[in-house]
Write a protein that binds this ligand. Structure first.
Ligand SMILES: *[C@@H]1O[C@H](CO)[C@@H](O)[C@H](O)[C@H]1NC(C)=O
Length: 418
């Protein structure tokens, strides 16, 4: 019962330090946490943070996309924070591996600023709900290093929870699944701990789709084959639109939230090309290219985007193993400063859910207020006068302050397949 209660506390996002487990353990971590040093003349933290995030986002996207049907949602941000928390307590070898993958600099002052930026990207306002939960669930009786434990909870990187993983694995697994609303078929409890993280984004729009007309429409594959149908939300809007030749995609940006806190960036693959090599060839610079391609159009754009909900449960451990992170799961030395006995992680799963539908919060804009310059005149104007997502598209939720990606998605499978 205690496990159930502890786990349910993830749901209310308490950064609860599990006091009962805090005892004094000698630690070499003390020193670096107490004295993070100075940032030197490194002033542009946002730029470094963004660069780190872009690289990690693309690297994980390329790993996840080819597994399965190229339809998925994941949160690179949530995974980055979870791994950063583990890196903070890991031995030097594993820490290096993780810092390299996450592009986290060794300078502690800069590192802490990255953490501050990363954990403040989420929002739970009525107009934009983007929520992530992250936890290390350890077996009852495993004692965490209080220095590390305090660090990760105070920086809001990770919650630490206990469950009877060994004594009653069925109950422990049930509580974990219930607390994070996931099936987690691959939840392996053979170690003494598991990592879990979740990300939920509910696409509430300020003005984007409240007045949309929803209609059933055909959906096509990249090669133009009719593969099913979707419920398309169609509206006419001013917005920013662009084209990126390297991925042969038309790009649309839609602002979200009362203060345009986030923006949704959709990349619609318009070339009749195989998408696999396109994704394989992606570099982190693609994200800057996409953002740089966007321009406000003169005429309102005919926009059509499917209503959908995607839920993915990723075996993050397998993905990270393929990215070269190995000792974290197998070597007790790696986690000796995290807990006693050392945390032996048998699973790391991420659940991400993205819901995109027509419910908005503001009344729709009055059509007469739209500036209109008449019908498009040039072929280019015509190309940019519509954005009809009736074929596979990639999609990202970005925050406006740092332009980093909270959620990355690919949509290829229509709601109503043929
Ligand atoms: C990110 O990747 C780009 C190449 O795509 C590279 O030039 C850059 O140095 C990388 N940044 C970091 C922080 O690793």
């Amino acid at each position: 019962m205690r496990a159930v209660i502890l786990l349910v506390s993830i749901a209310i996002s308490s950064a609860s330090t599990n006091k009962r487990n805090i005892v004094t353990v000698q630690s070499s971590l003390d020193d670096q946490y107490i004295n993070p040093g100075s940032c030197g003349d490194y002033t542009n933290v946002i730029e470094g943070y963004r660069d780190a995030m872009y690289n990690f986002t693309i690297e994980t996207y390329k790993q996840v996309a080819p597994r399965g049907t190229y339809q998925f949602v994941m949160s690179p941000l949530s995974m980055w924070i979870t791994l950063a928390a583990m890196a903070e307590g890991a031995d030097y070898y594993t820490q290096n591996q993780l810092f390299e993958l996450l592009r986290i600099p060794r300078n502690q002052c800069i590192r802490h600023k990255y953490y501050q930026l990363a954990t403040s990207r989420y929002s739970l306002t009525p107009d934009a709900a983007a929520v992530s939960k992250r936890a290390l669930v350890i077996d009852e009786g495993v004692i965490t290093n209080p220095v590390w434990h305090n660090f990760v909870t105070q920086h809001r990187l990770l919650d630490v929870l206990t469950a009877p993983l060994k004594y009653n694995p069925a109950v422990a697994a049930g509580s974990i699944r219930q607390a994070v609303y996931a099936n987690f078929p691959r939840l392996d409890l053979r170690g003494n701990s598991v990592l879990i993280d979740t990300m939920d984004y509910n696409g509430l729009w300020n003005t984007a789709f409240a007045d949309a007309v929803v209609k059933r429409a055909p959906f096509y594959s990249i090669s133009g084959e009719h593969i099913g149908a979707v419920d398309l939300m169609t509206v006419k809007r001013h917005g920013k639109i662009g084209y990126v030749p390297s991925i042969q995609a038309k790009i649309l940006e839609l602002p979200i939230g009362v203060n345009n806190q986030y923006s949704m960036i959709i990349a619609l693959v318009v070339g009749r090309t195989d998408i696999r090599p396109v994704i394989e060839a992606m570099r982190s610079t693609i994200l800057s290219n996409v953002l740089a391609s966007l321009k406000e159009t003169k005429v309102p754009i005919d926009i059509a985007v499917p209503q959908f909900k995607i839920n993915s449960e990723l075996d993050a451990k397998v993905i990270l193993e393929d990215l070269g992170v190995t000792s974290l799961w197998t070597d007790p030395e790696a986690t000796r400063s995290i807990s006693s006995p050392p945390a032996l992680l048998s699973s790391y799963v991420q659940r991400a859910t993205l819901t995109l539908n027509k419910h908005g919060i503001n009344p729709p804009p009055i059509t007469a207020q739209l500036r209109s310059f008449g019908p498009p005149t040039s072929p280019e104007d015509f190309f940019f006068s519509e954005f009809i997502a009736d074929r596979p598209f990639m999609f990202g939720l970005f925050d406006t302050e740092t332009h980093t990606c909270l959620i990355s998605t690919m949509y290829t499978q229509p709601t109503y397949p043929n």
